[in-house]
Write a protein that binds this ligand. Structure first.
Ligand code: SF4
Length: 218
């Protein structure tokens, strides 16, 4: 298994978190309020797919499961890029097995602009890093991306989707993603559990779902 946006961001918060996700995921404890927030985020993301009108969604599942079939998603995306589909949701790309699914790609003349959707009232640094990861994989897969936006939640339901442009900041992080993606890929495959001391990273930027495991361990 290679690196996805989620595993990259989790690994950048803590290498042990990444390792545990791969080798001991049953130790994870997701608080109900966090799960609720995640579910609300998914719902917001689903609605946002239609923010520019009709769209084509690239999600494909492995037969008889709800597990995404990443290779099929990448192939479907290639077909739609070739056809010049105006709005592509969950546009998927793979680079040496590292994978991303971009929330929305929207055609802008002969290139695509990219939209990363977040159910939040403002843009956080983490969101720009998420977008930078998506940009990195898509660029290495040969896609030319124009502008990059984070879509946040508007003030009310009449105006739920507000795109904020972060192109320059996200593109500048290309080198940072490149410096870390290969290192994290190697680390997650280590046989021995990684020894990482608990610290600030256990709550920052997100509370770690292995908090109980690591803190009771000491
Ligand atoms: S609790 Fe802290 S040390 Fe343990 S995996 Fe999470 S972030 Fe890393």
């Amino acid at each position: 298994m290679a690196i996805t946006k989620t595993s990259f961001m989790r690994g950048m918060q803590c290498e042990k978190m990444l390792w545990l996700d791969r080798h001991k995921p049953s130790l994870k404890v997701i608080p109900p309020e966090v799960q609720e927030r995640l579910d609300q985020g998914n719902e917001f993301g689903d609605k946002a797919m239609g923010m520019f009108g009709p769209y084509e969604e690239m999600t494909v599942y492995l037969k008889g499961t709800t597990i995404p079939d990443k290779k099929a998603m990448v192939e479907k995306t290639k077909e739609h890029l070739l056809k010049g589909t105006p709005v592509i949701a969950e546009a998927s790309f793979m680079d040496y097995n590292n994978f991303c699914a971009i929330d929305i790609l929207r055609k802008n003349n002969d290139i695509y602009d990219m939209y990363e959707v977040k159910n939040a009232p403002e843009v956080h640094e983490q969101f720009i890093k998420d977008a930078a990861f998506q940009f990195y994989i898509a660029k290495r897969s040969g896609l030319k991306i124009g502008k990059i936006y984070i879509v946040i939640h508007g003030e009310d339901e009449k105006n739920p989707f507000v795109p904020i442009e972060v192109t320059e900041k996200a593109k500048l992080l290309y080198g940072w993603v490149n410096e870390n993606i290969w290192r994290l890929n190697k680390l997650q495959k280590e046989k021995e559990e990684l020894a990482v001391e608990t610290g600030e990273q256990c709550n920052n930027p997100y509370e770690c779902w292995y908090y109980g495991y690591c803190h009771n361990d000491q």
